[in-house]
Ligand binder design. Structure first.
Ligand SMILES: Nc1ncnc2c1ncn2[C@@H]1O[C@H](COP(=O)(O)OP(=O)(O)O)[C@@H](O)[C@H]1O
Ligand SMILES: [Mg+2]
Length: 210
């Protein structure tokens, strides 16, 4: 299956979730590939350090996405696609072929509004494809002391996109990128908490597949 990270806003956690998910699946023995469709290529660099054996592909035009992604889907158990910043035709192309879309998003209603362009395109594609892709909001950088506001959860519900358990704002996620690692290989308290939370998230999201 194809799992794509989408949200035109930068800094919401697309690459962080993409790399962690690819490494998690690889460690579970799945045949997984990462497709980096962001011109910045940050997840490619990160994954090369964290899991050099996971095949990496860079697909950065709509034509490449529409032609190559379906082929990769048939070759791998899981293809994780790290989406580009900016709402481009590449995002649109990815949504046309993906099975599951994760929309990482900051923890407030304002952040959810900032994702509205991506959600609009998602709805267009779901309408044309008569259902797919399944989409799940992943609230990220939630303050450790706070719960997600009821307002945010209701806003998500109105949009018809279920919200997954949030990821909290933790130093370990930022450190993982710098160290070319993943939080469950790191030894700090922050990393331990992050590891539990992100692995639970993946289990919850892929309980039917992984
Ligand atoms: N839950 C989190 N807690 C702390 N820092 C985070 C968290 N998620 C992401 N970050 C940091 O925020 C920045 C943006 O994340 P990134 O995954 O690169 O976003 P995107 O790919 O959407 O632009 C990175 O420096 C990353 O380390
Ligand atoms: Mg990124």
């Amino acid at each position: 299956m194809i799992v794509a990270l989408a949200n035109q806003k930068g800094g919401v956690g697309k690459s962080t979730v993409a790399v962690h998910l690819a490494v998690w699946l690889a460690e579970k023995g799945r045949k997984v590939a990462l497709v980096d469709s962001d011109v910045q290529g940050s997840s490619s660099v990160w994954l090369k350090e964290a899991a050099p054996s996971v095949p990496l592909f860079r697909l950065q035009t709509p034509d490449d996405v529409l032609e190559q992604l379906p082929k990769l889907r048939s070759e791998f158990d899981h293809v994780v696609v790290d989406g580009p910043a900016g709402l481009s035709e590449v995002t649109r192309a990815v949504l046309f072929v993906t099975d599951l879309t994760l929309l990482p998003c900051g923890p407030s209603v304002l952040d959810l509004r900032a994702a509205s362009d991506a959600i609009r395109v998602l709805k267009q594609v779901q309408s044309i494809r008569k259902g797919p892709p399944r989409a799940v909001l992943v609230p990220n950088k939630v303050q450790v002391a706070y719960r997600l506001s009821q307002e945010m959860l209701e806003a998500a519900q109105t949009l018809g996109i279920p919200a997954a358990s949030p990821l909290k704002l933790r130093q370990a996620y930022a450190d993982a990128a710098g160290q070319g690692s993943v939080v469950w290989r790191m030894k700090t308290k922050s990393a331990l908490d992050a590891a539990g939370e992100i692995q639970n998230l993946f289990q919850e999201l892929l309980k039917d597949e992984a």
